[in-house]
Design a protein around this ligand. Sequence first.
Ligand code: UDX
Length: 436
Amino acid sequence: MKICVIGSGFVGLAVGCVLADCSHEVACTDVDHQRVTGLQGGTAALSEPDFDDLIQRNVATGHLLFTTDSREAAAGADIIFIAVGTPATLSGEADLSQLWTAIDQLLPTINHDCLLVIKSTVPVGTASAVRKRLDQSPSASKLISLISNPEFLRVGAAVTDFKHPQRVVLGSTSEAALQKMEALYRSFVEPSIPIYKMGHESAELSKYAANSMLALRISFINEIAELSESLGANIHDVVSVLSSDNRIGPHHLKPGPGFGGSCLLKDVQSLVSQAGEHGRQFGIGEETLKVNERQSDNVITKLSDALGTLSGKRICLFGLTFKAGTDDTRESPSIRIADKLLATGATVTAYDPAYRGEAGIRIGSVIYADDPYTGCENVDAIVITTDWPEFAELDYAEIAQRVTNKLIIDTRNILDPTRITEHGFHYVGKGLPHIT
Ligand code: UDX
């Protein structure tokens, strides 16, 4: 099939690369010339495993090409995926300007039957608004069938998640369009994977509901972790009990500094805002966000409980990315914590294994160190903010020699408290009994 993908971020690239690898003829587009030039040269410049290999292999076979010309890419395409960004505005609504621009550019070029697939995360009702826009163009109206096909890809696992999804969601009012999309997915997903077909609104809401549920679980466990600290319980024990209940399961129940990344926060905010627009309240979503924000405040409280005033203190953050396995710092809890620390007058240094900047360079007012040992030189506390496994493997005897004050706040519970305290550190985990 001839496929066009509008938007070559990590979602669009995952779609494009996997479909090209299945021998479809794929053209991926982006408005960013620099990105397209990089992609044409075989580099995605995203720390996603598999992208560069897949790009190079499929560009070489001629199954995949990159262009800034979306009209040319869409000409004659059987399926056009829209995978542009829908970032949150300051008020929490999704900004759909990239989606509308893409559609307006495509409309004049469509002179053949095709499927238009909305892969971007869009507020409920967007597909119906897109349908209205298509219907204003009488020629395109008859030719284009619309599909809502939300994605559930994790940053750092985009290709795997697209190739091996746990489920596929298709929303449309056209049975023929649904069948065509089902056939496309069935050509590469395992037969046991369910493909759910439904109306546009249900497909759109499913995406927000899924991410809100994940966010809710994280806020839930973070609140239980806070209670554990006050009540003398151990969050590890509590999570073991919860996880072994099949009805609850183990996923997204790791306590931490709050969730980050480009999706969870944005999608919960958007659903809160969508509810408000319909005179409803997504109260549990609002609470999820409040609990999440509080997690970074708690780190500041733990530091000031131990150090007194933070003004003039030096704090080193281990981790800048929003989770391990990516160089993505969007909505990272580390950045939230850094901002709050800087507001107290503290000096903040940071080390992250995936940060690609130069050592000694300031990111905002945070001073970046290119190794953890330099980063924690003369600091009053170390805060572990990202769950990079290598933080557990560092030489804490060496670190103990370098710091001014031996305090570690481990928001991810990745260190072994016994080992750390042997080096004289005061260790404060998340939801754990106090150890000195
Ligand atoms: C998420 C969804 O998982 C994915 O389905 C959706 O398509 C996009 O949003 P992602 O943003 O890649 O994916 O990250 P995820 O692994 O869900 O983690 C999000 C944040 O929550 C990270 O900051 C992570 O560290 C944190 N987290 C995750 C926890 O604090 N505890 C957990 O148990 C899981």
